[in-house]
Design a protein. Structure first.
Length: 258
């Protein structure tokens, strides 16, 4: 199967959606609990949410087909923790966000982990790097926008209800101060969604790895709670809610192009 889909644009903006995929190959799914085979921790519908915006703004859009349960593209290939000392899922996780095991039997051993890294992780990151280089050559600078979503309540990871919009810039290290200020101004100018900046979601591996503002690449992560555009239990898309959320995201993306 194809590993990823890349729609190339001409604007200095690349939207990466590393957890949009939900496909689990049959040989992996056969060893998993039935509930895990649904890939419930997918960032459901984020490509559907972002695609019209990418097209309107001329941005590139990159997303995988495979589930994060196959390999997590937003984790380092060596498997080290993003948030040391806190419970989290890993590069090839054996638990879900509910803390329950994913596998009935045959948890991935190290050779299998490396195979998945080689087959899925490396091609996605190669495409990401090549697209950043292409856009930077065209424009001199480029913004990498990391689009994510998560259930509004994840007790294993957080207490209580998460903010609607969670902006992460690795505490300001992954993008220029001027871009972060523009984005914060946009968030403060709206009153529909509550938000946090560099709270629990400071940006994952991709934001931290590729955000090099001194070298012409600004990287920003936006984590959104899913109840604002879908039903979290059935995973069903809600067009009415999605339209409102999309209208809030658009000025953020335009601020990246200012």
């Amino acid at each position: 199967m194809d590993i990823f889909r890349l729609d190339q644009g001409t604007a200095p903006l690349l939207i990466s959606l590393p957890h949009d995929g939900s496909h689990i190959p049959d040989d992996i799914a056969a060893r998993m609990h039935p509930a895990a085979r649904r890939s419930p921790d997918t960032d459901w519908h984020v490509a559907r949410l972002y695609a019209p915006l990418a097209q309107a703004l001329g941005a590139s859009l990159l997303r995988p087909l495979a589930s994060r349960y196959v390999v997590d593209l937003n984790r380092p290939a060596d498997g080290h923790a993003l948030y040391p000392g806190r419970r989290e899922t890993g590069l090839v996780s054996t638990i879900g966000f509910d803390g329950e095991p994913l596998y009935l039997e045959g948890e991935p051993d190290e050779p299998e982990v490396q195979r998945r890294v080689n087959e899925y992780w490396r091609p996605y990151h190669a495409a990401l790097q090549q697209e950043l280089a292409r856009l930077r050559q065209m424009h001199g600078r480029v913004v990498l926008w990391e689009g994510h979503s998560i259930r509004s309540r994840v007790p294993m990871l957080f207490h209580g209800l998460l903010p609607d919009l969670n902006l992460g810039t690795a505490d300001g290290a992954s993008c220029s101060p001027s871009l972060q200020q523009r984005l914060e101004d946009v968030l403060r100018a709206q009153d529909r969604f509550d938000f946090a900046v560099n709270g629990r979601f400071k940006g994952g591996y991709i934001t931290r790895q590729y955000g090099r503002p001194n070298e012409g690449v600004d990287a920003v992560q936006l984590e959104m709670t899913q109840h604002n555009y879908m039903d979290e239990e059935s995973f069903a898309w809600d067009e009415g809610k999605a339209a409102v959320l999309r209208a809030a995201i658009e000025p953020l993306l335009r601020a990246c192009l200012a």
